[in-house]
Design a protein around this ligand. Structure first.
Ligand SMILES: Cc1ncc(C[n+]2csc(CCOP(=O)(O)OP(=O)(O)O)c2C)c(N)n1
Length: 358
């Protein structure tokens, strides 16, 4: 979780400027705000989760806007509907833990400490982006933050992430590897090989299966016959959970338990989060294959509105601090986009740089 980030993240800036402590209701809660010590979240931490959910959603909106303006390099993939899974899971991690997110997990990048500047430099394919303009999506690695962005071939990332978990164990690092896969990706052979090895070797590994009902246009019913994807955990001899992936607090609590277990050396956990991909697969997909009414029905469980209702009810959030947060997020995103737009594209003559060994 990021209540005390080491880096000067946008959250820290927002927190400082808005005096988040004034939202803390009681001194007792301040005392309880011990970094990573318990799975029960304090009010400032819940507010922080809300901030990350909103930041993720607004980043996605900005990416879609830039895509429509022809400025995004390649496709645009949002995490609409998956935000609580991405944010709640990454919030359970420490700075020295590793993430291998997939294409719906912008929220996990942000919680892990990725800057908005880097996100937009990457989206706009600029020379000073993490891939030096060679890719426009989350397919990047940032070893400083221990973020290893998704491998395009679905599930190929799982054995890689398990390999890192093996290295962690061999080096006796106090770290956990969290890896994400979709319902579709979970049916690829690498899923079995990776998870089986992690289980047999009791590696510090947590696999999140984001079951958002569709793999591109293929519904769950045409992908697998199991009732729950977490039932597969039995075959590996590890714990498996199926939870509401739109409830960020539930996601955090379940992941925290799994992360703690992995850190104690007790091996991996499989967590299936049930959610819905509220957009098409990418900006060029209108999702017309989704049965009528299904998206509308799931919008009632929007992860952000769900947490917002809780926070308003508990008076952690009010119209004033909500508006302040909205304005701050909008300004931060605008600033990052401006920086990215003013940055140069890579030069043609540098195209082979970093591709071949000297
Ligand atoms: C092995 C493989 N097959 C097909 C693809 C093309 N592809 C990219 S994303 C995607 C859908 C993935 O669905 P899912 O795993 O459920 O994740 P979601 O996009 O729904 O979040 C497909 C088919 C791929 N990248 N890799």
């Amino acid at each position: 979780m990021k209540c005390c980030p080491k880096s000067d993240t946008s959250w820290q800036l927002w927190k400082n400027s808005q005096r988040i402590d004034s939202f803390v209701q009681t001194t007792q809660e301040k005392i309880a705000k011990v970094h990573h010590s318990a799975s029960a979240l304090s009010n400032p931490e819940k507010l922080e989760l809300y901030y990350y959910l909103r930041l993720t959603r607004e980043c996605d909106n900005a990416i879609l806007r830039l895509y429509k303006q022809g400025k995004v390099v390649g496709g645009a993939y949002t995490g609409y509907g998956n935000e609580a899974t991405a944010v709640g899971s990454a919030y359970a991690l420490e700075d020295n833990d590793y993430i291998f997110p997939m294409h719906r997990d912008l929220g996990a990048h942000l919680v892990k400490g990725q800057t908005l500047e880097n996100i937009f430099l990457q989206q706009l394919g600029r020379a000073n982006s993490l891939t030096r303009g060679r890719d426009g999506t989350g397919h990047y690695a940032d070893p400083n933050l221990k973020i290893y962005g998704n491998v395009s071939h679905l599930a190929a990332m799982i054995p890689m992430a398990v390999g890192v978990a093996l290295a962690v164990k061999m080096r006796k690092e106090n770290a956990v590897v969290m890896n994400y896969i979709g319902d579709g990706g979970s049916n690829v052979g690498d899923f079995h090989e990776g998870l089986n090895m992690a289980a047999v070797m009791k590696l510090p590994f947590v696999l999140i299966v984001e079951n958002n009902q569709f793999a591109y246009s293929t519904p769950n019913s045409k992908q697998f016959a199991a009732q729950k994807l977490s039932d597969r955990a039995v075959g590996y001899g590890i714990p498996g959970h199926t939870i509401d992936g739109t409830n960020v607090i539930k996601v955090y609590e379940t992941c925290k338990e799994a992360v703690d277990r992995a850190r104690r050396g007790e091996g991996p956990t499989l967590i299936e989060t049930i959610t819905m991909r509220l957009h098409g697969h990418s900006a060029s997909d209108d999702a017309s294959y989704v049965p009528p009414g299904m998206i509308e029905e799931w919008k009632k469980k929007d992860p952000i509105e769900k947490l917002e209702r809780i926070l308003l009810n508990d008076r952690v959030l009010n119209e004033t601090n909500k508006k302040q947060m909205e304005e701050k997020i909008a300004a931060e995103i605008e600033h990052a986009i401006r920086l990215a737009i003013e940055s140069p594209y890579p030069r043609g003559e540098d195209a082979a740089e970093g591709v071949y060994a000297p």
